[in-house]
Structure formats: C-alpha cells, structure tokens
Design a protein around this ligand. Structure first.
Ligand code: BGC
Length: 779
C-alpha cells in the first residue's frame, strides 16, 4: 500500500528571519522553500494541449515506429552523416526506428541526424539528443558533491540553468542529470556525483537541478529535459563497489533512497533513469515494484524511464533472463520505456507483440511517454540547433563568475588551527610573503574538471598555480609538483619539493585524487592519499613550515595524520574551471569559507558505510557506562572525523537555545494536517551571533529525532536549513516553520503517517552539536 497521489513526500519548510542588531528586532526576510507539490511534468512544463497531438501521432504509427521511439543508441563514435556503431543510423532513422541518440558533440552533427529524421522518415518525428551534462556543459562547475556542499539551492539552480543554456545551444535537449542517489559509503566512486548522504538535502538539491535545467517551460530555447538517476538504490552498493548488489528494506527505501526521486518528479523531471543494481534480488531495470507501483502509480509520473546504458542486456548477466527477448519483456513490463544502448527493444519488441507476450497497450504507453516529452520540448516545431549561436553561448561572463562563486561556496574549511601569536593560519597574512606551492594537483587542469566533464576543456581552467602567479610577485612564488598523483613518483621529486618548502614562509600543499579516481567505475578500497602523496605530506610538514593542505577529491579521504599534524585543511573537491581564482581568494580571505559537509567524513575506511542519520542500536557507545559491550570498534573511534553538516569559517558563530512554539503536539491532528497538505505544525527558532571580527555565512540546520515509534527512527534527521550572512557582532533570529511532513515517517506497515512519539528538535551548526528540545506528540 503506497501513498496517495498528491500526498507524496514533501519536505517543505519556511523560515521567518528576524534581525536582532544592536538590540533592534525587525522582519528582514520571509522565506518559503517548499518543494513543489504540483503534478509531474507540471509547473507549466506539462501542457495538456500536448496530449491530443501525442494521441494523433500514435494513431498513425506502426508498431515498429512506436518501438523506434523506445530505441536509444549513440554510445559509439562521434556523429557524422551515416556514422556506424553497431547499427546503420541513417537507415534506422529513415525507417523511423531511432528515437534518441546519446550525444553527438556539435550543433552541426546533431543537425545532420535531425535532418534525416525530419526530412526522410515517414512521420517526421524528431530525435531527442541527450548527454551527460552533470556539473556544467562547457562551463564546468564543481562536482555535484561540491555543489551540494554550498547548501545553496539558488546557486545550484543557476548553475544547472547555465549548463542547460550551453547544452541547448548545441542541440542537446536532454541531460542525464541530476544524479540523486543517496551515498553513505565514500568507497563508492559515484559519491562524487550526488548530494551526499541526506534524503532531505538530496531532495531539495534534486528539485533545484530540475528547476535549473527545465526552467518554467521545457519548450524555451535554453531549457533541457532532466533525467533523475539512478532509480533506485544504486548508491547502496555493497562494499561501496560500483554496480554491486543492494539489499534495502522497503522502509529504508522509502525513508532514505526514494525521497530525492520523488522530489525530482514533483519538480517536473521529464525522465528517470533505471539503475544497474540488483535491488533485493530484482534488478532495478526490471523492477516492477519501483518502476510501476511506486513511480507510475503512487507518484503519477508521466515522463519516461530510460534504462541506464546496456542495463537491459545486463539482465542476462544478473541472471533473471536467459536471452535478449526475455530481458526485453521483463524490462518493458516492469516500466522501462526506453532502451539505452542494448539494442534489444529494437530487435525484440515487435516480435514480442506478435507473440502476445507484450501487449500493444504496453508499447503505446511507453511511446506516448517519450513523445510527450518531445512535444513538451518543442522539438516538433523547432527540431534544429542554431549552429551560428553555438560558440557564443559558451563560457559567457556570467557563467564564469558563477563558476567562481560556486567553487568558493563549495570549499569546506576542515581545520584552521592557531599558528602565529595564537592567530589561525588562514586567511594568509601578508607577512607570509614567500609562498611554496607544492603538490601534483597545484597545476593539473584536467583534475580540476572532475568526473563527467565531457564537454569541458582543460584550457578553460585556471589552476591554483596560474592564479597564484597572477596574485603575487613571481619572485615570491616557488613551485614544485613533488610527486605524481598516483604511482610513479621519484625520490628526487619529493626531495626537490622539500627543498622548496624550506625556503618559504608558508606552504600550500595541493594533494588528493585525479578526476578519474572518483565517479563511475572508480570505487576505492582505501581512502588514503594515492601514490606517494602521504610521504610527500609528511616530509613537507617535517620542515616545520606552516602548511595549508588543499585537498582535491571526489570523496572524503581518511587521512587522520593530516588532520592531526597540518594546521589548516580545506576540502576543495574538484572545483571546476575557476578552481585557482576561487582558492586564492579564499586563502587570502577575500572569500570566507561557508561550505558544509554533506557526507560524514571517516577516520578510516573500516568505518564505512558511515552516515549521521543512523539508528541508535540497543547498545550505543557510551550509554552503558562502560565501553566493552557497546557498538564500536576496538581499534577505531565510532564517530566520524568530521560530522555531516560540519564546516569552519574565518569567523565564529554562537547559537542561542532552540525554542519551540508549542509544548505538545497531537498525532491525530498532524495526520489530518499531513493529508491536507498543511504547512506549519511547529515553529522552531534560535538566535545566531557572529562572534568574530569578519563577516561570514552560517548554515543553520534543524534536526529532529522521533522515539517511541513502531519502527526505530534515526538519531537525527535534517528537516531544514538556511544560509544566513552575518556582519561581525550581528545577531539574527531564525525561525523554521516545520510542516506536518517533518514529523511523518514510514510506519511498520510501510504507511506514511505521524505516530505518537517523543520528538526532539535541534537548531545547530552541524549534526553532532546543539542541545535538543523535547516535545511530546500525544496520540
Ligand atoms: C552511467 C550513467 C550515464 C550513462 C550514459 C552510464 O554508464 O551509469 O550515469 O548517464 O552511462 O553516459
């Protein structure tokens, strides 16, 4: 039994923000950041006038032509007229048997194919061209893990919009993004591609990406269709090994893994990609429960489902089909509308209809879904890309400026210890005039681009070295790579770097992972610095010079030695084309770090999977008054190196006590309000003061715990957040209006409801701090 349409998982909150400045209280901002609750393909994207056009076209199509709409190819060589992969594109297109192509690279190539479809096929149905536009198209922004670390939905939406503008200018009208997989294990390389471990933040970010790509209407020239992926549970790969099996209870699926997809659907996402993984034994690309019961029936999704690349063929390897025909039947009947790359729908579906194993109604429904999106995109009226507009659409000044801002906001200052006269090492003092820039990532443009930057160019990147060269006199900057990122470093390289460090006042050490060390098929069994970088780090720190470690990576790295010995550490992820300028501005204090972790940072790989919203267990560490028989490791701490939500600033913030607007809540009333889509059940507020001497942004986070429920709920769950700017000495009052949804859970029968419970709420700077306030929820 699922949840009724229109009452889907909604995580909305609104905040009323007051300023308390020099004792004066005044209303400064009223914020409502509700996730959209409109019907799928809503928000003006879905236009009911499309339906008769879709039906009229369907009525004219042969079965083979309908199946053609479900066929996606293009994973082969770059496009050129009549180009060959395993099929003859030209022939297929002219016979109306190719609905979608994954990414030719230019408007010119795309138009070649589109002309074939429009001019030579019987019904002139346009092709939809898709590509992995994941964190920018030509203007490469930080990787999604970095973008999420900004906790800034407007920024993420704006970045997605720029990506859409650039992609659409080449004729790419469909992106395989956002990746909304919850990731709880840093070994999994694709943790880099998502928004981290939290379903609430993941949902807010999912909706922001969809809004950014799709705009208010899909048929405008700078909108592209989103594809939320990978449906579903892919991030729970056992052992963090990519493509591996997942076992997820329905309760956890509904509370943790499904919400960001639901948010993407509610924001109007035009398509969904079915995942590679087996989910409780049934591959996600043949899973009727998730694809049809949940996605189509409970959520009312009206867009189409594309399989992940070759995922239909892989049903054979999974062991649930012994041939292509069976794999085809299982995928289609489960709810996968389009076949990416397997060439199995094309080869088998018509035959399966004739043998009666697949009904015409099934084919009609899948073709209808694909055509609906093509009409919504305006492809029938405007099929071609404007070749003369392509170049000028790229890397516009506003895009570059946003790339820099996004990078700055994505940096998480992990440590900034006292150095000279009790002052923190960062921002760098002008007195430290001789700078040694050391490390294999200090001047590696390609690694700044991160995973999925197919259309990005290394020459668009300003590296840290290039930005330093602009910033300080040549005589004051010394550079040494010191080592390779991976294997192959010579002793002499490390020695040379140590010599450079000895001559400097301060060392900026740029270490971490290359772009290929995270992302797809890049899972790691160790979370250490690759190659000989740890050795380089220890030798440089051994010079006793002050060291700032700038860590580039697609995941958190378990490097406790660094966190103990290095005075200042910044997690910079893969920051995109503006890596250098953003970092130099941050190092010199022109930009004050405000990124916050969206993943729990492990101390060692053995702690994985590690996530803050865990269950308490019956024997939580420390609760028994003794350690031995508690849930822990005998050789490692239980808590993370840095908790979810953590991040430092060049200033400090003080939180007042958390206050609530009511002493008690009632479950029955909350349930009625939940069903009626109520907006405020409880207001929670606090005051936050900037206690330092520089202006800064704080990300206030509201958490909740429910106890006494039919199913154990996490020790804390994020329910809202707000980024606020505070001048030195300034105090602001911040209020979160929590909706009934914030108190809802999936109960023991997998119903979405509010139960009688004891709730505890916190407003805090991260998931491990603050003092909670208890509030009973009476029956
Ligand atoms: C990935 C998807 C991607 C697709 C097309 C697959 O291997 O899992 O995320 O969108 O390739 O490039």
């Amino acid at each position: 039994m699922g949840l009724p349409l229109g009452m889907t998982w909604r995580c909305h909150f609104s905040i009323v923000l007051y300023t308390l400045f020099t004792g004066q209280i005044g209303l400064t901002q009223s914020i409502n950041t509700n996730l959209p609750t409109s019907l799928p393909l809503g928000n003006g994207i879905y236009d009911a006038t499309i339906e008769p056009q879709v039906e009229a076209l369907l009525n004219k199509m042969t079965i083979a032509e309908k199946v053609g709409q479900l066929n996606q190819i293009g994973l082969g060589p770059a496009a050129n007229a009549g180009g060959k992969n395993n099929l003859d594109y030209k022939d297929l297109i002219e016979r109306g048997q190719l609905g979608a192509i994954l990414g030719p690279e230019s408007a010119k190539d795309i138009n070649v194919y589109q002309h074939m479809a429009i001019e030579s096929s019987r019904l002139h149905v346009p092709i939809i061209f898709g590509r992995d536009v994941i964190h920018g198209f030509r203007t490469i922004f930080p990787i999604p893990l970095g973008l999420a670390s900004t906790w800034d939905t407007e920024l993420v939406e704006a970045a997605a919009h720029i990506a859409a503008r650039e992609a659409a200018a080449t004729g790419i009208r469909w992106t395989f993004s956002p990746m909304v997989d919850i990731a709880r294990d840093a070994r999994w390389g694709r943790i880099a591609e998502g928004a981290g471990e939290d379903p609430y933040l993941g949902s807010i970010m999912a909706a922001a990406y969809v809004r950014g790509y799709q705009g208010t209407r899909l048929d405008t020239s700078d909108s592209i269709a989103a594809c939320a992926k990978h449906f579903v549970g892919y991030g729970a790969a056992e052992g963090g090994r990519d493509y591996n099996t997942t076992e997820i209870s329905e309760h956890t699926l509904r509370e943790i893994y499904l919400p960001p997809f639901n948010a993407a659907v509610n924001a109007g996402a035009a398509s969904i990609m079915s995942a590679f993984n087996a989910l409780n034994g049934v591959p996600a690309s043949a899973n009727h429960f998730t694809l049809t019961q949940v996605l189509r029936n409970e959520w009312g999704f009206r867009g189409f489902v594309d399989s992940d690349a070759f995922a239909i063929k892989e049903l054979i390897a999974h062991g649930i089909a012994n041939d292509g025909a069976n794999a085809t039947r299982k995928a289609l009947l489960a709810g996968v509308d389009m076949d990416m790359g397997s060439n199995l729908y094309h080869g088998n579906l018509v035959g399966l209809v004739h043998s009666g194993e697949v009904s015409q109604a099934n084919i009609n429904e899948s073709a209808r879904r694909v055509l609906r999106v093509k009409y919504a995109l305006g492809l029938f009226s405007r099929p071609y890309a404007n070749e003369s507009n392509e170049t000028q659409a790229m890397l516009r000044p506003d895009a570059i400026e946003l790339a820099r801002k996004a990078a700055e906001q994505s940096f998480v200052l992990l440590k900034n210890a006292a150095f000279l006269n009790g002052k923190p090492l960062l921002p760098l003092s002008d007195k430290l005039s001789k700078v040694a820039l050391i490390g294999p990532l200090a001047d590696d443009a390609a690694s700044m681009l991160g995973t999925w930057s197919d259309s990005g160019h290394s020459q668009d990147v300003t590296t840290l070295r290039a930005a330093f060269e602009k910033r300080i006199n040549m005589g004051q900057l010394m550079y040494a790579a010191g080592s390779q990122i991976g294997e192959g470093s010579a002793d002499s390289d490390i020695d040379a770097a140590v010599n450079v460090a000895r001559q400097a006042d301060v060392v900026i050490l740029a270490l971490g992972e290359s772009a290929e060390m995270s992302g797809e098929a890049a899972s790691r069994a160790e979370l250490t610095l690759p190659g000989r970088q740890q050795q380089l780090l220890e030798r440089v720190v051994g010079t006793t010079k002050p060291v700032v470690l700038v860590l580039f990576s697609g995941r958190p790295l378990a490097i406790p030695w660094a966190f103990e010995k290095v005075p200042a550490v910044i997690a910079a992820w893969a920051p995109g084309i503006q890596a250098g300028p953003a970092l130099v501005r941050t190092l010199y204090g022109e930009s004050n770090p405000s990124g916050r972790l969206v993943i729990s940072w492990p101390r060692s790989v053995g702690q994985e999977p590690l996530y803050y919203n865990a269950l308490n267990t019956g024997r939580p560490f420390g609760a028994l008054g003794q350690e031995k028989f508690s849930s822990r490791y005998i050789d490692e701490a239980k808590d993370p190196q840095f908790p979810f939500g953590f991040g430092l600033s060049y200033t400090t913030f003080r939180y007042g006590p958390t206050e609530v607007s009511r002493r008690e809540l009632q479950a029955s009333k909350l349930r009625s309000a939940l069903n009626a889509g109520g907006t405020t059940a409880l207001s929670v507020s606090t005051v936050i003061t900037n206690t330092g001497s520089v202006a800064g942004d704080e990300v206030a986070q509201v958490y909740m715990r429910l106890q006494g429920t039919s199913v154990a709920e996490p020790i804390r769950e994020l329910k809202g957040f707000r980024r606020i700017s505070l001048a030195p000495g300034e105090t602001k009052k911040i209020t979160f209006n929590l909706p009934p949804e914030a108190f809802a859970m999936w109960d023991i029968r997998n119903h979405h409801t509010v139960e009688a419970a004891k709730a505890t709420v916190w407003i805090s700077a991260d998931s491990a701090r603050g003092t909670g306030v208890e509030i009973p929820i009476a029956p």
